[in-house]
Design a protein around this ligand. Structure first.
Ligand code: ZN
Ligand code: ZN
Ligand code: ZN
Length: 758
């Protein structure tokens, strides 16, 4: 019997062993480079039963892709059942599983004063614990992990060798006698306390308002008491982080419920083995400091996911800020030396341990909208779970993703593996992590890519890196990749009308796209509609300064005099920017953009939310929060023009009437929430109307929504509902992020499934 999928490092062999012994079958099971191989001999119905169990009731962390079996002739003369050591030396072709939250059995041991693992922060078993972050190579065995340097004590070894034990071949198996240990250090790296008292001292420090760096599964967190205003404000100052919300760790579901309104799907995600950060609507009377998530109506919550976290949360009995261990937007620190160098100056103490983290892996983030869960950042707990491709790839592909929120993906046969979140490549450390991740992913999954897929944007570091690889280059347009990522997730192979709305992506005409209607499939795309183009004054600066777009849209909608009035309120540099945006020709003419993300920014600035932002998408997020205080039924529908293009050229979504309405309402002193709701409703319904028209015109019955703008739940719901009311099938992201974290998935699918050249 051949079993493929995520079947190594998840307790598969002991599971097979126990079932086979219980059924009285003889034979063996082994891990090899293709997965798990089983040979059994015995009563026919019992052999069938084993086949059924392997396929239908595998161990909790396993993901079985296929089970194939064949009957061997004659009597094999097998006696008893055994587990055979891994065979080495061949090209690996197995999936390494994701890191997994501590299981109930292990937690019970950690809590039991009579157990030898009482209070031990690294307790794990085949059903839980670190995986992806500690694996150096495959086959997945202890010497190929960062646990190699810890020699198991007799008791641990006995568990490891006993097929009936929960820790049989649990590679990270450890106990207080033989395993990793924690220690508490001062910010300069001087030892303060060993394993016996370290967590007590950390808890005391946190409760006294101090900031502590804590080493976890995929990197360091910066922790502070979330109920302490002073501590949270101090963390913001030291991290140089102005407004971006902090994630919180809570002890259990009850604590989570006291802070946020949680639906069943949000609760299921919180307790899942992936333990992502779940963004959910905060209660008005929650107990956390205002500085945790200023200006945002959601909180990001996660449950403790290692024994270390569980022990600490029990000691402090309050929500903790658990922000990624970095300054500003740098990559999260995961290496101990680097952590002391970078985090030392920002903290009052460091809780470290001596189990090395091989792969840096940020916490994953999902958003609970009430309607569905949507992935925002797919990383720890999910990476590197393989996803099925809608068809078999005809070649092996490496896709290097976008510039921001970078991930990389590889394909092999009919599956695709996307890396953890690597981050923004403009940071040197993230770029180094990117180069490391591309090689590591190929080695772990035994992939020798023939093709490298990359973004058309000539300035993306990932696009500059691609040609260095000596592989066949395969450029993919940014928004085509967004739509393809949505098709992958839905297993859709047909042609769709794709609506890709985001911040900025390089278009085939050299302008910055971001409000696109594409007739698309894996073979290619045609641009059949877009937002009305407008100058992007200052290029990338406009992303940080929404007032610039507000000025340009005002000038376009109501003329330069109105723009001057608006400009005076927004920024002293308005005169130069207005002159630039009005320049019809010449060297100073700004690059054109069709970005819907920038339109959201502009309107946020117009209603007085903010003319400058401190993190990408901040203005748009705050505009959504404003809009949702108005029920959908009570929202006005601001007008948008749909302009039919000449034959063969795209239709245009023209928001000028909408912008004019926003400005008039602001002048009339209308509530910003009313204006925000009217803007969402008007733009959303117009988007759906144009989408439906273009779908019909092109004979398509399915629409796919992708791009960072569709992280806006209010907007996404309006578009989805209106398209569905037109009788169209609507594909919306769930497991793949709609933002640029999904770009490498779309790129990989296009290069692996798209038309063979020639
Ligand atoms: Zn366990
Ligand atoms: Zn031990
Ligand atoms: Zn994008």
């Amino acid at each position: 019997m051949r079993v493929t999928g995520t079947v190594q490092g998840v307790g598969f062999r002991p599971f097979v062993f126990r079932q086979a012994v219980a059924l009285g079958l003889a034979g063996f099971v082994l891990n090899d480079s293709d997965g798990v191989l089983i040979e059994v001999e015995g009563d026919r119905t019992k052999v069938s039963e084993l086949c059924r169990l392997v396929g239908e009731a595998p161990p909790p962390l396993a993901r079985v892709t296929s089970v194939d079996w064949d009957t061997l002739p004659g009597d094999g003369g097998l006696v008893g059942f055994s587990i055979i050591e891994s065979t080495k030396g061949r090209v690996p072709n197995v999936a390494v599983s994701a890191d997994s939250a501590t299981c109930e059995d292990c937690l019970a041991e950690v809590d039991d004063p009579q157990d030898r693992r009482y209070g031990y922060p690294f307790t794990n078993c085949t059903n839980c614990g670190p995986r992806y972050t500690i694996v150096l190579s495959v086959p997945y065995d202890r010497p190929a992990t960062t646990m190699a340097s810890f020699k198991m004590c007799q008791q641990c070894q006995a568990e490891y060798d006993n097929p009936a034990d929960r820790r049989f071949h649990a590679q990270p198996n450890a106990c207080p006698v033989c395993g990793p240990q924690i220690a508490f250090y001062d910010p300069k790296g001087q030892l303060v306390a060993g394993p016996e008292t370290a967590l007590d001292l950390v808890a005391q420090a946190l409760m006294a308002g101090q900031i502590v760096a804590i080493k976890g599964i995929g990197g360091y967190h910066l922790a502070a008491d979330a109920t302490d205003h002073g501590a949270v404000a101090e963390l913001r100052r030291r991290k140089a982080r102005d407004d971006k919300p902090f994630a919180l760790m809570v002890a259990d579901l009850d604590m989570a419920r006291s802070l946020c309104v949680l639906g069943a799907d949000a609760e299921a995600a919180l307790v899942s083995v992936a333990r992502p950060i779940v963004l959910a609507r905060r209660r008005t009377q929650d107990a956390v400091a205002d500085g945790v998530a200023p200006g945002v109506g959601d909180l990001g919550l996660m449950l403790a996911y290692t024994p270390l976290h569980h022990i600490l949360m029990a000691k402090v009995a309050r929500p903790l800020v658990m922000s990624s261990g970095n300054r500003s937007d740098d990559p999260i620190a995961h290496d101990d030396g680097d952590a002391f160098a970078r985090l030392g100056p920002m903290v009052d103490g460091v809780l470290a341990h001596d189990r090395r983290i091989h792969i840096r892996c940020d916490d994953s983030v999902v958003r609970a909208s009430g309607r569905r869960l949507q992935m925002v950042r797919r990383s720890r707990g999910y990476a590197p779970q393989a996803m099925p491709l809608p068809a078999a790839a005809w070649r092996q592909v490496l896709a290097v993703g976008a510039e921001l929120k970078n991930t990389v993906s590889v394909t092999k046969e009919s599956s695709l593996v996307c890396s953890h979140h690597i981050g923004d490549l403009e940071h040197l450390a993230a770029y180094e992590a990117f180069v490391q991740a591309t090689g590591h992913l190929c080695r772990l999954f035994g992939i020798e890519p023939e093709v490298v897929a990359y973004d058309l944007h000539p300035e993306y570091l990932s696009s500059k890196y691609a040609p260095e690889l000596d592989l066949e280059p395969w450029p993919v347009q940014h928004h085509h990749a967004h739509i393809a990522s949505c098709l992958v997730e839905h297993g859709h192979t047909g042609t769709v009308l794709g609506i890709a709305f985001d911040g900025l992506g390089y278009g085939t005409d050299g302008t910055m796209w971001g409000g696109e209607f594409l007739v698309a499939d894996f073979d290619g795309f045609e641009r059949v509609g877009h937002l009305r183009p407008i100058g992007l004054p200052g290029g990338a600066v406009a992303v940080r300064e929404p007032w610039r777009m507000a000025l340009c849209w005002t000038a376009l909608a109501l003329g330069p005099d109105a723009a001057a009035r608006v400009g005076e309120k927004l920024d002293p540099r308005w005169r130069q920017v207005l002159a630039l945006s009005l320049a019809g020709n010449g060297r100073t003419r700004p690059v054109l953009t069709t970005s819907v993300g920038r339109l959201f920014d502009a309107v946020a600035a117009m209603v007085g939310l903010r003319s400058h932002v401190t993190y990408e998408g901040q203005a748009a997020i705050e505009l959504e929060m404003l809009a949702r205080s108005v029920p959908r039924g009570a929202a006005a529908r601001y007008p948008v023009d749909l302009v039919e293009g000449a034959p063969g050229s795209p239709d245009v979504l023209d928001p000028v009437p909408l912008v004019a309405t926003v400005l008039r309402e602001v002048e009339l002193g209308r509530e910003p929430s009313t204006i925000a709701a009217g803007f969402h409703e008007g733009l959303g319904l117009a988007t759906a109307a144009l989408g439906a028209r273009l779908a019909r015109k092109n004979g398509l019955d399915t629409v796919a929504l992708s791009g960072g703008v569709f992280q806006n739940v209010r907007f996404s719901d309006i578009v989805e509902d209106a398209l569905a009311a037109e009788g169209l099938a609507v594909l919306v992201h769930r497991q793949v992020p709609p933002n640029d974290g999904g770009i490498s998935i779309g790129q990989a699918a296009i290069a692996a499934l798209g038309k063979r050249p020639g």
